[in-house]
Design a protein around this ligand. Structure first.
Ligand code: AMP
Ligand code: ZN
Length: 471
């Protein structure tokens, strides 16, 4: 069955065909985090969505190259670095490390490339130079370089490919230096921002004087360098459609690097927002949760992932702790069924039972219909539980059911057994406790047990040895 996905460019659901239809290679880019603070779970909804797309493409037999950039220089970061009075790298490094830790906790596969904007300054400068040479960019009186929307449109190019724009409202000659602006203020946007005192130490030399890149050009330079000037799939949250992605298209196609007739990106996908009480979860509204807020309440990364994957990516989704409790119950149902299947299967091996896999795939082929896919999974859990209760499954059938689940879980990414989610420092503590018991130092063993308990974990003795379980 063919995979169909909504393409923001055509505003319709299309069959997904890579630029080179004969290759099974897909180049995909997702705008990554701006590392000025901890990412909240709204941000992670978008990254989990990108992970789902990547995993499903791989399930369908594509080889993906997934690039997710790290925005480590832009307006907000500079403001924070100035307040913190520490070097840019030191400031962003901390949030970047936390980001990758959270991404892993949420069961996202590591992207193949995670380029940093600050490591692509030569490529960014070359791209700006190209746009100047082609007459589409100009240096303004303040020594910043801007992209000229008039000139771009004058060449027959379309500005407003992802979003219809009303140019009658645009006052020619207007410029916008800030990275963030609304469609009501369409204007020439900054490619290179001349150094100002507030930038502190954050600047690089360029043919136009010292300065730093605008946010939009960073993604154009990184994506084209790593995936080529024309690539298959570009993702991001819906708030990036305008101006960020529109500007990415203008810069990238304006530079004219694509083979004739090829677009910068063939397929654009945007994830809807995560809401809290009907409003976008965002730092500025103060209505956000970072992952730690939830894990410290006892929820695991896979439960949060489950919740983030429970709604269709184009539907806004209201986050509630109650929803998370529901996710916990649903996952426990799956876990219980899998545990029984494992027990029955023992060492038996079998190829996946195709019924579950095919029904699951039929649902996801329809623009990633996750509600349908989860419906298939839970029907399967119910039927499997019934067969288990009736003792009507053989060990080989149980193995085939498990193999089918593993195939499905290669996409869902929630199947990691809970023990694999135990933080490594806690596993180390458990090892120390076992060693203490072996050495008959029961006092020490008890102290460690209490320490683990204080961190929210209990020790469970199983036939395979001791393991940690959440309280
Ligand atoms: P930022 O770190 O602000 O650049 O955002 C990283 C990604 O998170 C972008 O793709 C945004 O579109 C996305 N994003 C921001 N807020 C939300 C939200 N409430 N729900 C879903 N995605 C979001
Ligand atoms: Zn971007």
């Amino acid at each position: 069955m063919a995979l169909k996905l909504f393409n923001t460019l055509s505003r319709s659901i299309e069959e997904f065909v890579p630029l080179d239809p004969d290759s099974k290679q897909v180049g995909m880019y997702c705008c990554g985090p701006t590392v000025y603070d901890s990412a909240h779970i709204g941000n992670f909804r978008t990254f989990v969505f990108a992970d789902l797309v990547r995993r499903y493409l791989e399930f369908k037999g594509y080889r993906t190259r997934f690039v997710m950039n790290i925005t480590d220089v832009e307006d907000k970061i500079i403001g924070r670095v100035r307040e913190a009075k520490i070097p840019l790298r030191e400031y962003t490094g901390k949030y970047e490390a936390a980001f990758f830790e959270d991404l892993k906790n949420l069961g996202c596969l590591p992207p193949h490339d995670t380029p940093h904007a600050t490591e692509f300054i030569p490529e960014i400068i070359a791209l700006v130079e190209k746009l100047i040479t082609r007459g589409l960019a100009y240096k303004a009186a303040d020594s910043s370089v801007y992209f000229s929307i008039d000139k771009y449109r004058g060449c027959g190019c379309v500005y407003g490919q992802l979003l219809k724009l009303n140019f009658d409202e645009m006052r020619t000659g207007e410029r916008v230096k800030s990275d963030d602006y609304s469609k009501e203020s369409v204007a020439d946007f900054a490619l290179w921002k001349a150094r100002v005192p507030e930038d502190g130490d954050v600047f690089w030399p360029s043919p136009w004087g010292e300065g730093r890149p605008g946010w939009h050009i960073e993604c154009s330079a990184m994506s084209m360098k790593l995936l080529g000037p024309s690539f298959d799939l570009h993702l991001g949250g819906e708030d990036l459609i305008f101006p960020h992605h529109e500007d990415e298209i203008a810069q990238s196609e304006g530079a004219g690097l694509q083979p004739s007739g090829q677009p910068f990106v063939k397929h654009w996908m945007h994830g809807a927002h995560l809401l809290v009480e009907g409003r976008k979860m965002s730092k500025s509204l103060g209505n956000y949760y970072v992952l730690h807020d939830l894990t410290s309440k006892g929820f695991t990364g896979r439960e949060i992932r489950f919740l983030l994957l429970s709604a269709h990516y184009r539907e806004t989704f209201n986050f509630t702790v109650k929803g998370l409790e529901g996710a916990q119950t649903s996952l426990a149902r799956i876990d219980e069924c899998l545990a029984k299947l494992r027990e029955l299967a023992g060492n038996s091996q079998a190829p996946p039972d195709s019924t579950l896999v095919e029904a699951f795939s039929r649902a996801l082929d329809e623009d990633l219909n996750v509600a349908g896919a989860w419906g298939v999974v839970f029907d399967w859990v119910r039927d499997t539980n019934r067969h288990l209760a009736e003792n009507s499954l053989t060990p080989v059938q149980a193995a085939a059911a498990l193999a089918a689940w593993n195939r499905v879980d290669s996409v869902l990414g929630v199947g990691a057994a809970p023990e694999t989610e135990v933080p490594t420092e806690l596993t180390a503590l458990l090892d120390q406790r076992q060693a203490a018991r072996k050495a008959r130092d029961f006092k020490r063993a008890d102290v460690i047990r209490e320490e683990l308990k204080a961190k929210g974990w209990v020790i469970e003795d199983t036939p395979k040895g001791a393991r940690l379980k959440r309280l």
